[in-house]
Design a protein around this ligand. Structure first.
Ligand code: MFK
Length: 561
């Protein structure tokens, strides 16, 4: 049977429609919420400097960074175990674009800005803005930067002079030739969360520095091409015995160097991890056998010593979450102006406008909380935080990390949906956003680990109570002119405070753990609503007020008004 001519396949050129893809935007120019936060938190005399740094980086997000990150994703790291003559070399080859991202990071001072004396206590706020702009457009080069920042902080706080003087200038360098990054090797096969099960041992080598050699397997080491790393190990005595559990752990600094034969000194790279996302970032399993190590901090105080490091990387994780959300939101908004459906650009459909507004409000909430943390951290680092506010910082940091990590996955998922099928097709570059976001609630402490950390902070120093007290005072001071949503914030705060009081009175640890995640997330959302209201009052703009209202209704379960 022959088919009638009209049902034959038509040549391609008859179907002429081609959809324009989204264009990356200047994320600083596009982001009113970011500019409002900077205006609120950075004093007028420092704002031109802050604005210059953020504008310069924002400009790059509209093109060069986008191109580099796509290239780095396409040219994933490769591990070469042997050279052509059979020597073990364990060389990790990364894309030239990954190296170029390192150079941009140094030149724009994304780590160094956090320590810039010219910005004083506001240095972390400006840095948070830079991370918010950079992370999602950096192929997650923000990961090595986070660990680099953490290493600088630890060395400044507890490093011996020799290491500090030699390494900190390089960790904070603005010169790509001298800039180095640091890794953070914590996870082992028995425990990613339960670090107390670390098996790696540290053998004292007698006098001289380094004093120890490390022996063990590190199961998940990110940014394995870094020049140094901080890690944990268990110091053994002359009989090979060590204290079990987290009280037996000590913190060490190691430098990654190549021996004359070409292989790594004291390290073998077993394999690279095959991860869901963060594909440009080399992550490896390592065998350590005789790796020389410098001890940092007292023997047996490894976990408290790494808490400084964890605080910095959790702050970075949070800013990276808001970054992922902003990228998804602004790409979706740009696309909505280019894509037509049902007779008009989809940006003109009220329901799509509403979806974009929800994403923007959620992103602004996450950003506001990151900025609050950055502000507290900056004051803390300059010795300008009261004891009470230090407790707020202690409890609010895990809340920020756990809340923003979950938001990043939700908003990037919504972002993909805003592209329809294109959001699900790899070569558009869009699915990467969701794959990369999924790591944010996992690394640096899962949602549950951080919820339990909140209980630890309360048990040890009453930090949760201090943080809830501070939140209550901020809620009570909100400007009621912003609308009935202020009452919603106040009502939800009362309900949270009431539930916490009940739990404290019962004193039932299992009940507290059962509730910890719900409390962590509810607290995070309440802080975000409160901060959005404060920023809206400061900005005095309808757009900022709308972000507050939208966020509060969506997240605090208001009536369908
Ligand atoms: C793009 C963004 C960039 C992100 C970078 C990603 C890089 C990824 C590379 C990685 O390293 S991923 C690995 C991340 N791993 C974790 O985050 C570990 C998760 N586990 C925890 O956080 C545990 O809660 C922790 C290991 C910290 C505690 O375990 P333990 O052994 O149960 O601790 P314990 O016994 O409760 O506390 C021991 C001491 O540490 C106590 O002090 P004292 O001995 O003086 O009483 C605690 O108070 C103290 N401590 C614990 N957590 C603390 C803390 N102090 C301050 N702050 C904290 N958060």
């Amino acid at each position: 049977m022959s088919l009638p001519p009209h049902s034959e396949p038509r040549p391609d050129h008859v179907a002429t429609f081609l959809q324009e893809g989204p264009l990356p935007v200047d994320l600083y120019l596009a982001d009113d919420a970011l500019r409002d936060e900077i205006a609120r938190r950075v004093p007028a005399e420092l704002r031109p400097d802050a604005d210059r740094r953020l504008s310069q980086l924002g400009h790059l997000t509209a093109g060069p960074l986008w191109t580099l990150s796509r290239q780095a994703e396409a040219e994933q790291p490769e591990l070469l175990h042997y050279d052509p003559w059979g020597r073990r070399i364990d060389a990790i080859k990364v894309s030239p674009a990954w190296d170029a991202l390192a150079a941009v990071s140094a030149q724009h001072g994304i780590v160094a800005t956090g320590y810039d004396d010219a910005l004083g206590v506001h240095a972390r706020v400006v840095q948070a803005g830079l991370i918010h702009l950079f992370s999602a457009t950096s192929a997650i080069f923000s990961c090595p930067l986070a660990m680099t920042d953490a290493a600088a902080r630890v060395l400044l706080d507890i490093g011996p002079d020799t290491l500090r003087d030699r390494l900190v200038p390089r960790l904070l360098s603005d010169n790509p030739e001298t800039f180095i990054t640091s890794g953070q090797w914590m996870t082992e096969r028995p425990g990613g969360s339960d670090v107390g099960r670390t098996e790696t041992i540290a053998v004292p080598t007698g006098d001289g520095d380094p004093h120890y050699t490390l022996h063990g397997v590190k199961w998940f080491t990110s940014a394995t091409t870094s020049e140094m790393a901080l890690t944990l190990a268990r110091v053994v005595d002359a009989d090979g015995n060590a204290v079990p559990g987290s009280r037996g752990l000590t913190m060490f600094l190691v430098e990654v160097e190549r021996a004359a034969h070409g292989g790594l000194d004291g390290i073998q790279v077993r394999r690279l991890k095959d991860k869901l996302g963060t594909k440009a970032l080399p992550t490896a399993e390592l065998s350590l056998d005789g790796l020389q190590a410098h001890r940092l901090g007292p023997i047996g105080r490894g976990v408290p010593s790494i808490s400084t490091m964890l605080h910095i990387t959790r702050y970075w994780n949070s800013c990276s979450s808001s970054s992922a959300m902003a990228q998804a939101t602004f790409l979706a908004r740009d696309y909505a102006t280019r894509r037509e459906a049902f007779g008009r650009p989809i940006i003109e459909h009220p329901l799509h406008q509403r979806t974009l507004a929800d994403m923007e409000a959620e992103t602004a909430g996450a950003l506001a909380l990151c900025m609050e943390i950055a502000s507290l951290l900056g004051r803390h680092e300059h010795g300008q935080l009261s004891e009470a506010d230090a407790k707020v910082l202690r409890a609010l940091l895990p809340v920020t990390k756990l809340t923003t990590g979950k938001q990043a996955v939700a908003v990037t998922s919504e972002g993909l949906e805003a592209f329809g099928g294109a959001g699900y097709v790899e070569d558009t570059g869009l699915p990467r956003m969701l794959r990369d976001a999924q790591v944010l609630p996992i690394w640096e402490g899962t949602t549950n680990v951080l919820s339990l950390d909140l209980l630890r902070a309360e048990a040890k120093e009453g930090a949760l109570s201090a943080m809830i007290g501070a939140l209550g005072r901020r809620v009570a001071a909100l400007d009621r002119a912003l609308g009935p949503e202020i009452d919603l914030v106040a009502a939800v705060f009362q309900s949270l405070a009431g539930r916490l009081a009940e739990l404290a009175e019962d004193g039932d640890r299992a009940a507290m753990e059962w509730e910890a995640r719900r409390i962590g997330l509810a607290t995070g959302h309440l802080w975000q609503a409160t901060l959005l209201a404060e920023t809206a009052t400061h900005a005095g703009s309808d757009a900022a007020a709308a972000r507050f209202r939208t966020f509060s209704r969506n997240r605090l379960g208001g009536p369908l008004a």
